[in-house]
Design a protein around this ligand. Structure first.
Ligand SMILES: [Zn+2]
Length: 391
């Protein structure tokens, strides 16, 4: 940087400055350097060596938090400890794919974490909660409620911030910045107190084990990518060394909706606080469409009572012409859909199988039967997840 400012001051002859500039550029591996690229046979600079520690929270007899009762589960994941380990393994695998990275996995209270010196350390957890709460949190040791940072801007702050940024964009989960959700167990996490004070450390609560369970169970690659990318970004290395983040839905095969698109059991989450939500799935005439409720609850009404995709319990139909619901003969808070921007309303509830008619070709949209054209009229909470199958 000093050399660069000397050049701008114009104190040195142009040729000397240009060669200094080229020297600096090539040291940085800057692609703007006009020097020819090295031949394949040329010895390249060895990759930067990094040591990273990943801890799967709980385990070794401590099961951690429980999964939401009634949730669809997957084999081998019965509690938070199982989930943390599954994700931590994937994070380790992703990071080990980067040249020069040495990655250690710790499970629960592994004493090898005491005095650990590493370039980064991240503990992986998930939160137990009631339906209606969603989002992830990140903190350092001694972080503040709401941000998880201590404001010093040091390496741990930067690691925490990088994970905040990357995890959200990889998973689509929202940031949970409710101060009350940052417990002392998290803000003063024991393992972050065990590692060497020189080691940048963070803990992530990946989401809540009710509403966020579909993503944490069925989209683990994206979850792991979010954590791994945060670490790589913090270390200042290129995330291009990681494989691409898997897409949530199969890519659309053709912009022309004449190609039959077969989809089997794709998960899609519909939020309470949004209007029509684009599934990215195009439905063509004659397709057999199946939409099934999987998990999640939304709309706390009255207090303490959450509803599923059929509007249960105590479903209520608002029949008056002044009602705000898009459908006046289907329960409030039930799941509805349409195919194409101007498609007829589909009354889905907890499940619907139908064959798309001649006029119904277009994108499948889903939303709750609630509110004005644009909700929210107040800010409803929660989400439901469905599987969508097209044949
Ligand atoms: Zn935990």
């Amino acid at each position: 940087m000093k050399l660069y400012s000397s050049r701008r001051n114009g104190r040195l002859p142009t040729i000397a400055l240009l060669s200094i500039f080229l020297f600096v550029a090539s040291c940085d591996g800057n692609t703007t350097s006009p020097a020819p690229p090295p031949n394949p046979g040329t010895t390249l600079t060895p990759p930067v060596q990094r040591v990273i520690g990943i801890q799967a929270g709980h385990g070794n007899g401590d099961s951690g938090a429980s999964l939401c009762s009634g949730a669809n589960k997957i084999p081998g994941i019965d509690n938070e400890a199982d989930l943390n380990l599954a994700i931590a393994n994937k994070v380790v695998e992703l990071l080990r794919s980067v040249n020069g990275y040495t990655v250690h996995l710790y499970v629960g209270k592994d004493s090898r974490m005491k005095g650990l010196k590493a370039d980064a350390f991240v503990a992986v957890h998930a939160d137990q909660g009631k339906p209606g709460i969603s989002g992830y949190k990140v903190s350092r040791f001694g972080g503040q409620k709401g941000s998880g940072l201590d404001g010093s801007g040091d390496a741990s702050d930067r690691l925490v911030q990088a994970i905040w940024d990357e995890y959200g964009s990889a998973t689509g989960l929202i940031k949970d910045t409710s101060p009350g959700h940052f417990t002392d167990d998290m803000l003063y996490y024991y393992a972050l107190g065990w590692i060497d004070t020189s080691t940048p450390g963070a803990i992530i609560e990946m989401g809540w084990l009710c509403d966020d369970l579909p993503i944490l169970l069925y989209e683990q690659e994206r979850v792991a990518h979010g954590i791994a990318r945060g670490i790589v970004k913090f270390l200042g290395d290129s995330t291009a060394q990681l494989p691409p983040i898997p897409t949530r839905l199969p890519p659309t095969q053709s912009p022309v909706p004449s190609v039959t698109q077969e989809i089997s059991g794709v998960l899609f989450t519909i939020n309470a606080n949004r209007g029509w939500q684009d599934t990215g799935i195009s439905i063509v005439r004659g397709s057999q469409v199946s939409i099934e409720y999987v998990s999640g609850l939304w709309f706390e009404d009255p207090p303490g009572q959450w509803h599923d995709a059929s509007g249960e319990p105590n479903p209520w139909i608002c029949t008056a012409p002044t009602c705000h619901e898009p459908s006046h003969d289907f329960p409030k808070y039930a799941l509805i859909g349409k195919i194409g921007e101007g498609g007829a309303l589909l009354k889905i509830g907890n499940g619907l199988d139908f064959v798309a008619e001649a006029e119904t070709t277009g994108i499948l949209y889903l939303r709750p039967n609630y509110g004005d054209v644009d909700i929210p009229i107040h800010n409803p909470q929660g989400a439901v997840t469905v599987t969508i199958t097209i044949r």
